[in-house]
Design a protein around this ligand. Sequence first.
Ligand SMILES: [Zn+2]
Length: 68
Amino acid sequence: MSTSKKNAQGERLVPCPHCGGDAVFAPSNRYRPFCGERCREMDLGAWASESFRVAAAPPTDDNEPLPH
Ligand SMILES: [Zn+2]
């Protein structure tokens, strides 16, 4: 059962991917689908740090022979 929640302005509310709270899914919320700037920054920050970690430590190929 999916019930779409709406706020007082009749804008659709979706669960914030970061905190699970109500997030306004409408142009009035520039941080959608997040509930606000904090959650968006937190989520993007986690994604960015994950990318940086992966980029900084590329996976090693155990099957590749050593140079000598
Ligand atoms: Zn949130």
